[in-house]
Design a protein around this ligand. Structure first.
Ligand SMILES: C[S@@+](CC[C@H](N)C(=O)[O-])C[C@H]1O[C@@H](n2cnc3c(N)ncnc32)[C@H](O)[C@@H]1O
Length: 292
């Protein structure tokens, strides 16, 4: 079981995912994504956190996305296997590790990060993945749309709590007029702050002439205003905050190789495992497409 379930974030996940509120969330999310996507839904590559039942695929297919371009992602192998058994495509991996290993030659158009958890380490790794993922926002014309869904007030770790205590500073730093409560908006502002701080570090380390301030302003300007959505669970005692936004540019899209990615040995090992899984997924997908 993933840490998400161990913490009991969603009490009865299957019931929760079948609820009317969650269905409305799916409709809202896909409509907002369609407004922002750079390509037609039929051509868009989508990576999404799948959960115990594959409800998102049905909605996406109804909106014109194609089965072979919908890649279910989950840390729980059973969830992914269920998708494969039903004729879909899936990969068992950590979402952030996957985005970091995904090849630039197969651009990702839409990521549905329905974490349903608070802002914690796994959600922050997702920030790194947006910043450095080679297949994220590969060009100005082909930028990646991201749907993020987080639970309000569920930061369980000391790091998560301290982060939320500092979020007001982040919000002021980013200078976007956003709700002080919406976790998805918090996530975006934290993401921008972190990316800019990282860029500054990298530029210093490498002695690059990079106008990080100009780049930071460009990130903020480019994300601009974004739609947000909040819904409650059945018992009305837990709130989930969502946003759908277009990620300005991957750092990797203008740097040949990120020094940060080269630094970590542990990451290199994980990346090679995940790369093998991506290669296996591609092979199966190609075989199925040829056969059909
Ligand atoms: C909230 S559920 C997705 C539900 C789905 N969107 C739906 O509405 O039916 C989130 C799923 O993502 C998985 N998950 C959480 N964090 C993850 C991560 N960092 N990488 C991969 N899977 C993750 C969990 O195991 C869980 O099954």
């Amino acid at each position: 079981m993933s840490a998400v379930w161990e913490r009991g974030v969603v009490a009865n996940p299957k019931k929760h995912y079948r609820s009317g509120q969650k269905k409305n969330w799916r409709g809202w999310t896909s409509n907002r994504a369609l407004e922002q996507l750079a390509v037609k839904p039929a051509d868009a590559l989508v990576l999404y956190l799948v959960g115990p039942e594959d409800h998102d695929r049905e909605k996406l297919l109804a909106k014109g996305f194609r089965n072979e371009n919908l890649i279910a992602v989950d840390l729980i192998e059973d969830h992914v296997q269920r998708v494969r058994d039903a004729g879909g495509f899936g990969i068992c991996a950590d979402l952030a590790a996957l985005l970091l290993a995904w090849p630039a030659s197969w651009p990702i158009d839409y990521v549905i990060a329905d974490f349903c958890s608070g802002i914690e380490d796994p959600t922050l790794s997702f920030v790194e993945a947006l910043a450095w993922g080679p297949a994220i926002s590969v060009s100005h014309e082909r930028r990646t749309v991201v749907a993020i869904n987080l639970q309000r007030g569920r930061e369980n770790s000391a790091a998560g709590k301290s982060l939320m205590a500092n979020v007001a500073t982040c919000l002021r730093g980013v200078g976007v007029g956003i709700s002080q409560k919406n976790r998805a908006a918090h996530f975006i502002s934290i993401a921008v702050m972190r990316v800019c701080a990282q860029l500054e570090d990298v530029a210093k380390e490498c002695g690059w002439e990079l106008d990080t301030h100009a780049l930071a302003s460009e990130y903020v300007r480019s994300i601009g205003t974004f739609p947000t959505y909040t819904y409650a669970n059945d018992a009305q005692n837990v709130l989930f905050d969502s946003a759908v936004f277009t990620w300005p540019a991957s750092v990797a899209s203008f740097m040949a190789e990120s020094p940060r990615l080269v630094l970590s040995k542990a990451f290199r090992a994980e990346r090679s495992v995940v790369r093998d899984r991506i290669a296996a997924l591609r092979a199966v997908r190609t075989m199925k497409l040829r056969a059909s």
